[in-house]
Design a protein around this ligand. Structure first.
Ligand code: ATP
Length: 229
């Protein structure tokens, strides 16, 4: 059984429907890329998975549970670690405090996060507001890992970061996959890096799943048709 499974999911922002028919699965130990052009519904899908938006129709199952009636704080406790678009670290807390604030028991500890991102150890006592964009993204990932999730969800994993820092984030994601077997659902615009790290991809268009397959099946036709590149 899949760790995460969306079947024919629809949702809306108030009166405006944004998802119509999204289906996807993420299995344990798998990295899945959620793709599509701007405005096609990637962030909305993530918000629906995390129950920040209601499931209008269809179903969302996570770890064997139907999430339809679960509030978002319960969903987080079931083992979903979200790295949201825009990072959203607590700016008035130190790097260390940001990590500790999220902690739940499990294999991920401050030491393990410092090993993955040594820069966070160097900056431990600093206010999160003083971090560079790349360091903030490392902190956001570290904070999500401190919840000891079964599934890590990254929305725009490397958006707005300098090329070298982006590479550091991709290296960390590959390391997580290789060494911990954590299930990961990731959105990003860097097709090359995404295809290298992800096992499978799901393509959205206007709030519907229009393609799903292994990343090595992402040929030029699929890429041109659904990503317009
Ligand atoms: P991007 O790559 O630009 O982040 P996306 O694929 O993540 O795009 P979404 O942000 O999920 O796309 O947007 C899907 C649709 O929902 C779009 O038509 C968008 O205009 C609409 N939408 C997004 N946020 C809201 C909101 N807060 N209120 C109303 N409509 C919204």
């Amino acid at each position: 059984m899949s760790l995460l499974s969306l079947t024919n999911v629809a949702t809306r922002y108030g009166a405006s429907q944004a998802l119509f028919d999204v289906s996807l699965t993420v299995n344990a130990g798998e990295v899945v890329a959620l793709m599509g052009r701007n405005g096609m519904g990637k962030t909305t899908t993530i918000k629906t998975i995390c129950k920040m938006l209601p499931v209008l129709s269809g179903t969302v199952h996570f770890a064997g549970q139907d999430l339809s009636n679960e509030p978002s704080h319960r969903v987080a406790r079931l083992g979903m670690g979200l790295v949201p678009e825009g990072r959203r670290c607590f700016p008035n807390l130190s790097v260390h405090e940001n990590l500790v604030a999220a902690a739940r028991p499990g294999q991920w500890s401050i030491n393990a996060v410092h090993q993955l991102f040594p820069k966070l150890e160097e900056r431990a006592g600093q206010s999160a507001s003083l971090l560079s964009g790349g360091e903030q993204q490392m902190l956001a990932i570290g904070r999500a890992l401190m919840t000891n999730p079964r599934l890590l969800i990254l929305d725009e994993a490397t958006e707005g970061l300098a090329p070298l820092v982006r590479q550091e984030i991709w290296t960390a994601i590959a390391q997580l996959k290789r060494e911990t077997g954590l299930a990961i659902l990731v959105v990003d615009k860097s097709l090359k890096e995404l295809s290298q790290v992800a096992d499978r991809a799901v393509m959205l268009e206007r709030g519907c799943t229009v393609w799903a397959g292994k990343t090595d099946q992402l040929d030029d036709d699929v890429i041109t048709q659904y990503l317009g590149v």
